[in-house]
Design a protein around this ligand. Structure first.
Ligand code: FES
Ligand code: FE2
Length: 373
C-alpha cells in the first residue's frame, strides 16, 4: 500500500513521498534511535526478537547487564540467531553452532573447523546495532543498511522530568499503518472531538475555534507554551486542584517524537509518544508519561490512557481498510499544516543528507494556526 495512497497529496508532499523512497519506497528515516522493546522484557539469558524499519533484530542482555541488539540473522546461512543460545556473552547459532560476541558481533568460534583450516574466524561478524536503555526502553540506533556508523552518534531521547519523585508509566499499541499515517494521525488537531469523544476528555458538542502559535525548533516544530484547551476535562481538573494557571507545550521532533509538557505551579506532567515503523504497513506507538500529580494514581491514568490509545488504534484500523484501495487524499489548511510540516521536514532532511547542505526548515518563524476542535 502505503505511499501509493499518499501519492496524490499536494506537490510538496508528493515530493517527500518520492524522496523517502530509498529502500524499496518504504519511507523510513534511518540513522535515528528507535525504541525496540521494553527493558523489562530483556531478562536473564533470554533472547527477544523485535523488528524496526523491516530489520529483524534479536535483543539480549549480557551478564554485566548491558543490552545488546544484533541483526536476527546468522551471517553463515541466515537462520535467525534468536533460535540459538545465549550465555550472557556470546550467541551460539542453532544451525552449525558458530558463536558470536553479542556486543561486537565478532565470530569467536566455528566448531566445524579442523586443525588444517586457515579461516580467520575473528574476521567474521554478525550484524550489530548500537543499543542503549532509557526511560524503560531498549533503544536501537538504526543506521542505514550498508552505511557506516557516524563518528558521533546522537544521544538517546530522554523524557524530561521536573522533580526528584514522580510516577511513570508506559503504554503501547500497534497501528496497521505506514509510519507517515501514524505520525500525521498523532499530530492531527482536528480528530479530537470525533475520535476521542469520551465523557472524561471532551464532548463533540464542545468543538470551538482555536488559535495556536507554532514555532520552528531543530528537526521539528513546537506548539508554543499556552494555556490548554478549555474543553479538555483533565486540564480543567488540574487547574482546580492547584488553583494556578496551567501551561502546556507540545513538540514534534523527527523522526517520530511527540513531547508534551504540562505545568501548573509545582505540579507537572510530561509525556512522550514515539511512533516507530516496524514494517511499511505497521507501526507502534510507545507512550511514556511521568508526573508528580499526587492525586493521579498510575492505575487510573492507565485506564484512561488505554481508552484513548484504543480510540486512535480503532480509527487507524478503519483507515487502513480505506487505504487498501489507493484513494485520493488531501491535506488542508490550517488543521493539516502540522502534517505538511512533517512531510517537508522529512524531505528536507533527506535532501540535506543527500547533498551535505544544512537542513532547511519549512517554517520561516512563528505562525498562528486556526482550526475548530
Ligand atoms: S547458519 Fe548459523 S552457523 Fe550456520
Ligand atoms: Fe488521537
Amino acid at each position: 500500500m502505503v505511499l501509493g495512497s499518499t501519492a496524490n497529496l499536494k506537490e510538496m508532499d508528493r515530493e517527500s513521498v518520492r524522496e523517502t523512497g530509498g529502500e524499496a519506497e518504504a519511507g523510513f528515516l534511518w540513522d535515528f534511535w528507535y525504541p525496540a522493546a521494553r527493558s523489562s522484557e530483556i531478562v536473564g539469558n533470554r533472547l527477544v526478537t523485535a523488528m524496526l524499519l523491516e530489520v529483524p533484530l534479536v535483543l539480549g542482555r549480557t551478564s554485566e547487564g548491558k543490552a545488546l541488539a544484533m541483526r536476527d540473522s546468522c551471517p553463515h546461512r541466515g537462520i535467525p540467531l534468536s533460535y540459538g543460545r545465549f550465555d550472557g556473552q556470546s550467541v551460539e547459532c542453532s544451525y552449525h553452532g558458530w558463536r558470536f560476541d553479542g556486543c561486537s558481533g565478532q565470530c569467536v568460534e566455528i566448531p566445524s573447523l579442523s586443525s588444517q583450516d586457515k579461516l580467520k574466524v575473528e574476521r567474521i561478524y554478525a550484524g550489530t546495532f548500537p543499543c542503549e536503555e532509557r526511560d524503560g526502553y531498549v533503544w536501537v540506533y538504526m543506521n542505514a543498511p550498508g552505511s557506516k556508523l557516524p563518528e558521533k552518534i546522537p544521544p538517546v531521547p530522554q523524557l524530561p522530568v521536573f522533580s526528584e519523585k514522580y510516577k511513570v508509566t508506559h503504554l503501547s499499541c500497534e497501528l496497521p499503518s505506514h509510519i507517515d499515517h501514524g505520525i500525521i494521525g498523532l499530530m492531527d488537531p482536528a480528530h479530537g472531538p470525533f475520535v476521542h469523544k469520551s465523557w472524561f476528555w471532551r464532548k463533540r458538542g464542545s468543538i470551538h475555534e482555536k488559535a495556536k502559535q507554532f514555532e520552528p525548533i531543530p528537526n521539528g516544530f513546537r506548539m508554543s507554551k499556552h494555556s490548554p484547551s478549555t474543553n479538555s476535562a483533565p486540564y480543567q481538573w488540574l487547574k482546580k486542584m492547584t488553583g494556578e494557571a496551567v501551561s502546556t507545550t507540545i513538540d514534534f521532533v523527527l523522526p517520530n517524537l511527540r513531547l508534551e509538557e504540562i505545568h501548573s505551579g509545582k505540579l507537572w506532567f510530561s509525556s512522550r509518544a514515539a511512533v516507530t515503523p516496524v514494517r511499511r504497513d505497521l507501526c507502534r506507538i510507545d507512550f511514556v508519561a511521568a508526573w508528580n500529580l499526587f492525586f493521579l494514581p498510575v492505575w487510573i491514568f492507565r485506564i484512561f490512557g488505554k481508552i484513548f490509545l484504543r480510540q486512535d488504534q480503532e480509527t487507524m484500523i478503519r483507515q487502513a481498510e480505506g487505504l487498501k484501495y489507493n484513494p485520493h487524499l488531501m491535506l488542508i489548511d490550517d488543521a493539516d499544516r502540522p502534517a505538511k510540516w512533517y512531510f517537508a521536514l522529512k524531505a528536507n532532511l533527506l535532501e540535506s543528507r543527500r547533498t551535505g547542505e544544512p537542513v532547511t526548515h519549512p517554517m520561516d518563524g512563528a505562525v498562528t494556526l486556526r482550526w475548530r476542535s
